[in-house]
Design a protein around this ligand. Structure first.
Ligand code: DAH
Length: 315
């Protein structure tokens, strides 16, 4: 029996020495130290021994059990340490590696231009506001002094939502926001309105169905065409350079009276005439004017008390 104990112990220790992972270690534990394990079975066998042999053999069996338990603990500790070391090595961060550079986007040229233009007006005390792109005929036309069947509707190639002549459309300009804003605010008003507009266009290098406009509106007591000229002169110099010349000529828009178009001297030929300015020396950059009394009346303002100027440009 003593030899048997010795043999079990020697074999178990030899097996243990060959174990390289924690799963195998658990199998080994069950095999030797578990409820049906080799050592446990030896201890159970003690009952059949004579009382004289029992203490000696029992002691040897217990010693063998303790030796295996101690060896198991040592092996487990070693394997766990090895596993930790391996994980640390695998997950090591090399702080000397160059970082992954963030993927940067840039703002679109049009977005940048719209912001630049708005900033110039913001510096003069204007607020930036927006309005809907899907609009009622009411705001896009009627509130701007353009009743149904008015010939001026031909100035805009309108895309209606639904049937032609239906009351809903894609706004053809940013001007409807003038009426929307005045309906909900009282003078003094100074706003610029950037946004997308839509017209039924033949698309080519300089024409799109969707394009941008920036609308401007100022309403207060005693506003005149001179205020309009002062603000737009200043705008032209801020955006196009301090030497820029401006030209205001009569034009017609139903929602202003008088109506004007504003031009700047051509930056390519400085007024001499070239391809860009079609030989005129001037580049037209926007429509503008003094807000028509009918537009003021339409939003409930008293045209005897208030006046305003408006402008609209396509960046
Ligand atoms: N809405 C006009 C257009 O799209 C441009 C315009 C002209 C706007 C005169 C104005 C204005 O506010 O006063 O053609």
């Amino acid at each position: 029996m003593l030899d048997q104990i010795q043999a079990v112990k020697t074999r178990a220790l030899a097996e243990l020495a060959a174990i390289v992972d924690l799963d195998e270690l658990e199998t080994w534990r069950i095999q030797h130290l578990g409820k049906k394990g080799t050592i446990t079975q030896l201890l159970r066998g003690l009952g059949q021994l004579s009382p004289a042999d029992r203490p000696r053999v029992g002691q040897a069996a217990n010693e063998a059990k303790q030796a295996l338990e101690a060896a198991l603990a040592a092996r487990r500790e070693a394997l766990e340490a090895a596993r930790l070391a391996q994980a640390l090595a695998a997950e090591r961060i090399d702080v000397s590696l160059p970082g992954r550079s963030p993927r940067l986007g840039t703002r679109h040229l049009i977005s940048r231009t719209v912001r630049e233009i708005c900033d110039v007006f913001v510096a003069m005390g204007f607020n930036v506001v927006e309005g809907p792109e899907v609009e009622w005929d009411h705001y896009n036309f009627e509130m701007l002094n353009i009743p149904p069947d008015h010939p001026a509707r031909d100035m805009w190639d309108t895309m209606y939502i639904g049937e032609v002549g239906a009351p809903m459309l894609l706004r053809t300009h940013t001007s409807p926001v003038q009426a929307r804003y005045m309906e909900t605010h009282q003078p003094p008003i100074r706003i610029v309105v950037p946004g997308k507009c839509y017209r039924y266009e033949d698309v080519d290098a300089t024409h799109e169905m969707m394009f941008y406009q920036i609308e401007g509106l100022a309403v207060d007591t005693d506003i005149t065409l001179a205020d309009l000229k002062g603000v737009l002169d200043r705008f032209a110099r801020a955006l196009f350079g301090p030497d820029r010349k401006t030209l205001f000529r009569c034009d017609y828009f139903p929602f202003v009276e008088p109506g004007v178009e504003m031009a700047i001297d051509c930056h390519m030929c400085h007024g001499a005439g070239c391809k860009l300015c079609k030989g005129t020396g001037w580049l037209e950059i926007m429509g503008a004017g003094v807000v028509h009394p009918k537009v003021l009346e339409g939003v409930g303002y008293d045209p005897a008390k208030y006046s305003g100027f408006a402008f609209g440009m396509g960046p």
